[in-house]
Structures are given as C-alpha cells and as structure tokens.
Design a protein around this ligand. Structure first.
Ligand SMILES: Nc1ncnc2c1ncn2[C@@H]1O[C@H](COP(=O)(O)OP(=O)(O)OP(=O)(O)O)[C@@H](O)[C@H]1O
Ligand SMILES: [Mg+2]
Length: 233
C-alpha cells in the first residue's frame, strides 16, 4: 500500500499541501479531483520526491517503509511510476528510442511490444521524433514509458488532458487493465466523467487539503459537491 500521512509541503516558504492523508492500495484506482491550482500536481511531485515542493511534515510510506529523504530516482526504483502533467519528452528522440532506453527487462515491466499493442498508434509512429507527435501521441508515449519501468504503483497527472474522446477511452481501458494486474493508481483528473468511470475512490482537493473522500457513486449523488469543489453545474 502507498500511504500519504499528514503530508505538508511548500515551495520555499509558501505552503502548498496542508496535512494531506490518502491511501492507494494494490489493484485500486484513486482519483484526485480539484479545480486548477488546488495542489494536485504538487502532491504527486511531493510523493515522487522531486524536491519542489519540499516535504515539510508527514510521511509517505510504501508498504510501511518511509520514502522521505529518498531522491526521485530512488523512489522510482521502488517501483513507483510517474506520468508527469504536460507530457515531457525528448524532442529529438524517436518514439522507439524513448521506449528502448527504458527496456531493462525488469519484472512486471512492459515491453516495447506490449506498449505498441496497447497503443497501436505509437507503433505506427515509432520512427517519429518527440517534436513531431500530436498531444495525444505524446500522452500515450508518456504512459508507455511509465509502464516500462515496471511500477507497482503509478501516479498519473492528468493523463487524458487534451485528448480526443477516443483516446480517453483507450486510457480508461489501460487503467482498467492495470487495476486487474494489481497495480495501484493515483489518478489526477480534470475530466470528471473519466474519473467517475474508472475510479474506485475519489478524493477532492481544495487549496492543498482533502475536503471530501468517497466513491464515485456517492459523489454523483451529491450535485452540491460537484458545484462547490469542481465548479460543475
Ligand atoms: N514552482 C512553483 N513555485 C511556487 N508556487 C507554485 C509552483 N508550482 C505551483 N505553485 C502553486 O501551487 C499551487 C498548486 O499548484 P498545482 O500545480 O499543484 O495545482 P494543480 O491542482 O495541479 O492545478 P492544475 O489543475 O492547473 O494542474 C498553485 O497556487 C500554484 O500557483
Ligand atoms: Mg496540475
């Protein structure tokens, strides 16, 4: 289990996370919702040990072991995968090169072949460079790259952002397949309907705090919450 316990973090002196507690179990998809600027990316970055924002209080436990103080590459080596928001890729490397550089044959890791099976479009574009890919293709590649590290838990920061509906469906199918395989997923989503469709549990963030937690069904039954915290009418 991945446990976030009472976590505070800050950019310099400015606190961004305020005593956040959340858990993600194996085989579970937890969606993290909240309007722009509420701290969703900051939470994911804190868990990944990226240094900015900096963890100032609380603990992040993987199977009871504290990850605090580990560098991001050490956290990744504990099999926590990360799909960053905004699909950072290397402009001059091809799709195939992006994937092959991660192909270490580690246990549970996806192979290049499996990534191309899941995302046939990437297979068709394997000789294209990062700079030549569409937004959707870049997102598929970012997800494929994270899976090639063989994660047990994966943190995805808005994987469907800017994707056409057909692409959103592909991502949803992948998430469901990952859950079946026992991965735990922390899914940051702006797309409420996509989150409701795949998540087992939902947490809502407001200015760096968890203000609501429950199931998708409970959330859908409370229109006032959608309005208050997500600005959805
Ligand atoms: N590098 C930074 N330095 C200082 N403040 C930052 C930095 N990055 C983000 N912030 C601030 O921290 C707060 C939370 O930002 P964050 O990016 O975590 O929100 P978010 O919920 O992911 O938003 P979005 O939905 O737009 O991705 C915002 O007020 C933002 O302005
Ligand atoms: Mg964000």
């Amino acid at each position: 289990m991945l446990e976030i316990q009472n976590v505070c973090s800050a950019y310099g002196e400015a606190r961004v996370l305020d005593h956040v507690s959340m858990q993600v179990r194996e085989g579970e998809i937890v969606a993290l919702l909240g309007r722009n600027g509420m701290g969703k990316t900051s939470l994911v970055r804190t868990v990944m040990g990226l240094g900015s924002p900096r963890l100032t209080e609380g603990r992040i436990l993987l199977d009871g072991q504290d990850l605090a103080g580990l560098r991001s590459n050490q956290i990744a080596a504990r099999r926590i995968g990360y799909v960053p928001q905004g699909r950072r890729l290397f402009a001059s490397l091809t799709v195939l090169e992006h994937l092959e550089m991660l192909d270490r044959g580690s246990t549970g890791a996806w192979t290049v072949k499996r990534v191309f099976e899941a995302f046939p479009r990437l297979g068709e574009r394997k000789q294209h460079r990062g700079s030549q890919l569409s937004g959707g293709e870049r997102q598929m590649l970012a997800i494929g790259r994270a899976l090639m590290t063989g994660p047990r838990f994966i943190l995805m920061d808005e994987p469907t952002e800017g994707l056409a509906p057909v692409m959103v469906e592909i991502v949803e199918k992948i998430l469901e397949a990952l859950r079946k395989e026992g991965l735990g997923v922390l899914l940051v989503e702006q797309n409420l309907y996509s989150a409701l469709a795949v998540a087992d549990r939902v947490c809502i963030f407001e200015t760096g705090r968890v203000v609501w937690e429950g199931t998708p069904a409970q959330l859908q039954a409370q229109q006032d919450l959608l309005e208050r915290y997500l600005g959805i009418h």
